[in-house]
Design a protein around this ligand. Structure first.
Ligand code: FES
Ligand code: FES
Length: 156
């Protein structure tokens, strides 16, 4: 049995089932990064503002810093590593490179996951729809223009 400060959880991460005893106060992003080595999930604000920690939980975009790892018990989680391995963001990734849609790259994993979800639900978005969709993901470097260009290219 885990100590009182921990809970046992079982979840599926990037297609693999994992069981772990996690601290009850640990958020999902720290669990992914520290316990599973999935450091493509970044941490910026840790207050739900910047979007750098975005992952998919049961097919929904979620802030990994706002969700406790124990809340992911039983869930299916996909991080940028899983999305990249599956090939489903390959077209977007190429477009980001071609359009110079990243500079430091800090926002990029979450931006790619967020944009991929947009193209899943809306394969032909307008520029305004792209801007609106990614508005919860902060980028300090690009000014967003190139990111929108890249998403539009991937959609075309
Ligand atoms: S680190 Fe989670 S929203 Fe900023
Ligand atoms: S590329 Fe640096 S924060 Fe977006």
């Amino acid at each position: 049995m885990p100590p009182d400060t921990h809970r046992r959880i079982t979840l599926t991460v990037n297609g693999e089932r994992v069981t772990a005893d996690v601290p009850v106060r640990q958020h999902l992003a720290d669990y992914l990064r520290q316990s599973l080595g999935l450091t493509g999930t970044h941490l910026g604000c840790e207050h739900g503002s910047c979007g750098a920690c975005t992952v998919l939980v049961d097919g929904q975009l979620a802030r990994g810093c706002l969700m406790l790892a124990v809340q992911a018990d039983g869930a299916v989680v996909e991080s940028i590593e899983g999305a990249a391995a599956s090939g489903r963001i390959a077209r977007l990734s190429s477009a980001f490179h071609r359009r110079n849609a990243l500079q430091c790259g800090f926002c990029t994993p979450a931006m790619l996951l967020t944009a991929a979800e947009l193209l899943r639900v809306n394969p032909n978005p307008t520029r305004d729809e792209v801007r609106d969709w990614i508005s919860g993901n902060f980028c300090r470097c690009t000014g967003y223009q190139a990111i929108v260009d890249a998403v539009m290219e991937a959609a075309s």
